[in-house]
Design a protein around this ligand. Sequence first.
Ligand code: TYM
Length: 342
Amino acid sequence: MEEQAIQKEEQAAKKVMLSGIQPSGALHLGNYLGPLQHWPQMIEDFDCYFFLADLHTITVRQDPAALRKQTMTLLASYIACGLDPEKCTLFIQSHVHQHAELGWVLNCYAMFGELSRMTQFKDKSAKNADNINGGLFTYPCLMAADILLYQPDFVPVGEDQRQHVELCRNIVQRFNGIYGDVFKMPEPYIQKVGARIMSLNAPESKMSKSQPEGCVFLLDRPEDIARKFKRAVTDSDTENCVRYDQAKKPGVANLIQIYAAATGRTFEDVEREFAGCGYGKFKPAVGEAVIETLRPIREETERLLKDKAYLEGVYRAGAEKASYVAEKTLRKVYKKVGFLQR
Ligand code: TYM
């Protein structure tokens, strides 16, 4: 059999995986330790689609020039993290028009009540009280379209996206219930360690770019990362002992989680390694582990950003591959709901 035919057959046998990140700001440690760091090993075993969810970003006002720059930076960081564009499909969401089109259809198969229950909608509406737009409300329908166009088996995300994937599953059930087996039922794929990295200065809320003081960005300079960890909130107990207790010691539990996720250790390993050490020794050690994890990614991102032509080639080829698959699903959906073929 010819090599191309063999490759095609192997591809067909592989399970499909898909995920995306919004380029609405710089990538942070939560994005990396939660889902992203696991993606490079997935491309060996799965047929993977990873995209930059730029359509989603405008649910909150963006500066256009900054958005363009962040999109290129995120693409470079994807590759720097180990997503080899030869082995997976890397693309920009707005380059594949089928996302917006299927998003519209799925709007009509999601209920007002279920969309109103989305935690992220409630959070973002509270934070952007002067701009609670329709896109913010129907965002999970676009996310369902992102997923379902590629019929993935798994969707690797952090814990905060579980609810959106569950809503997508509801849509699949409703849609397939009416029209037969159109969509494959996707499963959320959430890591045990790193799925919810908390803010360094407010460990009761998740690490997020909207709270930059408690957030470590992938491209932060080592001295800034060290400073952020030195200032990390531990706990007001007098114990001064590195012990995992989510309820009583959320700050220390978060640092243990970060260290474990960055070094591939278990929580017990971390407790053992730092037994007898106070927070004064533990915090800089976590900072050091993160600096060493991020150093090669930062350097490679900076190198890739200098090669604009290469990055443009990657996203063009990715859009072409993605559109081919997306169009097949969209055609099927349009036919099922009764649209006349052109
Ligand atoms: P976004 O851009 O907010 O986050 C990207 C990914 O990072 C995870 N994440 C975290 N994980 C651990 N700890 C944290 N503090 C943390 N913060 C963020 C998120 O769970 C996510 O996996 N709606 C999505 C993007 C998206 C998408 C999709 C994802 C659009 N379409 C289809 C999967 C499939 C979002 O806003 O993620």
